[in-house]
Design a protein around this ligand. Structure first.
Ligand SMILES: CC(C)(COP(=O)(O)OP(=O)(O)OC[C@H]1O[C@@H](n2cnc3c(N)ncnc32)[C@H](O)[C@@H]1OP(=O)(O)O)[C@@H](O)C(=O)NCCC(=O)NCCS
Length: 355
């Protein structure tokens, strides 16, 4: 593996931050026959799997050593040349982020104090290694399918969107039962979705919350905008970008055009996002005109099951000495510090962009 690390570094300069650690781990791996055999076996498997089944690869629990923490990386690295070839074939060489692997190693260090690759980043990096993610405007755009239980309908005359949940159990607040702060079952309800020849029946989500009211929407008036398993683009938001209306619009337009050329086999129905940034509470905290609120309100939104901890990493440091020690430099930090200290959460929310 050390030869592979050396050659990737020489060819692409892939590890600007963590080269020494990666090289040391590769040397340790070359001297550990059992671990080397494991890495080679799964690297070969990984090459032949599609992105969904890559997520099924079981990663060994780290023993807390450098090699233990880094082992999953050596399943990924032998696919880097294939990845570059795939991006080149699709004409996306310049939209590929070769430094993502290095960035993920550092992100793990921020989280646990030691460099490595864990499950979360292994799965994230698969988007790159399987050529499903490219940079476009202010976003990173993922080509994939709509996996969440939400049917998005559009009114034939008015163009209004509605989200009907096709599965799930909901807390009386309208969030998913089991999300942070939403665990008691009193007043909870099921999606009970039903489609007949003429109607859709179920519960609608509005501004990220599902209503207990059971409604019927006639097919004569409502057309399917996107249904589960349809092809879609997902937006990922890099740190520090400017989420103005114009940037959102032009980036999505460019992404749709790029996908038509680079991924002609995909029939993209809609553009979606899953993030803490979509939580409608943020408009109340930051005001309707803040960039985050503008971005969030550009989507029709529904709740997802979440632990409410993504702001640790995206807003606050991942490791801290308790909520009372969190920084208060910005309006968002001040409000969220109070919210979490008082026992509240910002739950991740999913949505489909209104275009
Ligand atoms: C997306 C992002 C660029 C938006 O930032 P923005 O353009 O400043 O957003 P807003 O204009 O709505 O900000 C309103 C207030 O919140 C603050 N704020 C916004 N995002 C913040 C963050 N991540 N950390 C701390 N404060 C933040 C702003 O500084 C501003 O406060 P101020 O007026 O006191 O300066 C920013 O949140 C970010 O970089 N996030 C990290 C990436 C991320 O979360 N991706 C999604 C992963 S699922």
């Amino acid at each position: 593996m050390k030869q592979l690390v050396l050659s990737l570094q020489q060819k692409y300069g892939m590890f600007k931050l963590n080269y020494d650690s990666v090289y040391e781990a590769a040397c340790l791996l070359d001297d550990s026959p059992d671990k080397l055999a494991w890495a080679k076996k799964w690297a070969e498997e990984y090459k032949n799997r599609d992105i969904t089944t890559c997520r099924d690869i079981e990663l060994p629990e780290s023993d807390g050593t450098l090699l233990g923490d880094m082992l999953p990386l050596f399943v990924l690295l032998p696919s880097v040349e294939d990845m570059v070839a795939q991006y080149e074939k699709r004409g996306l060489r310049d939209s590929m982020d070769l430094d993502q692997i290095d960035g993920c190693i550092s992100a793990v260090e921020k989280r646990i104090g030691r460099v490595g690759i864990n499950r979360r980043y292994f799965d994230w990096l698969s988007n790159y290694l399987k050529c499903r993610l490219f940079r476009c405007g202010v976003f990173r755009v993922e080509v994939g399918t709509h996996k969440r239980p939400a049917l998005v309908l559009r009114h034939c005359c008015t163009g209004r969107y509605e989200v009907m949940m096709t599965a799930g159990t909901f807390h009386r607040s309208g969030n998913m039962l089991g999300s942070a702060g939403c665990t008691d079952t009193e007043g909870s309800f099921e999606a009970d979705f039903c489609e007949t020849d003429d109607e859709y029946r179920g519960h609608l989500a509005k501004d990220g919350l599902v209503s207990p009211q059971y409604v019927t929407l006639p097919k004569s008036e409502w057309e399917v905008y996107i249904k589960p398993q349809d092809d879609m683009l997902s937006l990922h938001i890099p740190k520090g970008v400017r989420l103005t209306r114009e940037n959102i619009r032009s980036s999505v337009k460019a992404a749709r055009e790029t996908v038509k050329k680079a991924y002609p086999e995909w029939d993209i129905k809609a553009v979606g996002c899953y993030s803490w940034l979509l939580n409608p509470q943020l408009s109340g905290i930051l005001g309707e005109d803040s960039n985050i609120s503008v971005f969030g309100s550009s989507f029709v939104r529904w709740p997802v099951k979440t632990d409410g901890m993504d702001v640790f990493g995206f807003v606050f440091p991942q490791t801290h000495g308790g909520y009372h020690t969190l920084p208060e430099n910005t309006r968002l930090e001040r409000s969220l510090k109070k919210l979490y200290t008082d026992g509240g959460y910002i739950l991740n929310t999913a949505g489909i962009l209104i275009e």
